[in-house]
Design a protein around this ligand. Sequence first.
Ligand code: SF4
Length: 368
Amino acid sequence: MAGVTRADRCPGVLRPHLAQDGAVARIRVPGGQTNGKALGTLSRIAQEFGSGDLQLTSRAGLQLRGLPDPVPTGLIAAVRRVGFLPSDSHERVRNIVASPMTGLSGGVADVRPLVASLDAGLCAKPELAWLPSRFLFAIDDGRGDVSGMPFDLGYRAVDPDHGWLLTGSGDQGLPVAAGTVVEQLLDLAHRFLAASRRSADAWHVRDLSNWIASIPGVRAIDIAHVNAATPLGAIAGAASIRVPLALLTPAQAATVEAFAAGPVVITPSRGLVLLGAARHLSELTAAGLVADPASPWSAISACVGAPFCHSALINTRAYATALARSGSRLPRTHISGCERRCGAPTGDHVDLVAPTTLRLASLVGEAR
Ligand code: SF4
């Protein structure tokens, strides 16, 4: 049985969320690791059953929107066939982010095998299906790009064989050998689950500070975190691109599928890294994907907003588009349709939140 705990409403494919534009199915992609063929197939599923776009999430996952309610069994079968639903019981707890460029450029270790092993270990433990579906593992290859995110349990490599096992944040943990970290993360996840059942409000490890303090060997650690978006352009033979508004259109997905020679990594900054595809940057940008770090789209993001979300006070995507077209040089900026600030980046940024529309209007006067 799936891990539905308390008022745990994070959607999955088997338990979608009903939004203003129809049902939303969220697909976990551990470490953001996928490939062009899978993305292309999923795009066709989105076109057959929903709005047609693939929405990228801040946890490097994907969402299908505008689906019928209830979601057709044919859609579930199609998602399963393409490999995005390997476990019915654990689909909503396979929440693992990892350094997107790991094994490609930078970092001190290739953590992709750790991500695969953690995902397999998680799915093999029936009781871990009861983790909150907000619970997040972060696996950082040493560069500090995901260890500064809010997460529950994590790993920060120090060298290829050692690192820090992180508990509740990137600032506390204990030394660990890379060879044992998966086992220890799963053991701590079990222990968190037991401890959280004694507290009605504990969704996250950080909610249980006494429990963290009781873990043998845990101490404050002083390591730097980067909190930066994944760099754009040609990097180590790969094409690193940003997806405007985090919505990969059918035409863009077809272009990615056509030119992805190897794996594709979804990034928490709502981009894609196509390994081996640097020579195809011009085709990707011709499809509207962004490879230029100076582009306004590299600095602007928005929640899905009206008319897709019940809570939205404004059409956030219209404001974001007007802001991008204004040509202004912008600091990192996120536009939210309400105080929840869905999808806001974790690093420094300008937060434009409705109903502060006067300020928005002064920035993007023509937006409606
Ligand atoms: S920030 Fe508010 S308006 Fe935007 S998607 Fe989240 S709940 Fe909806």
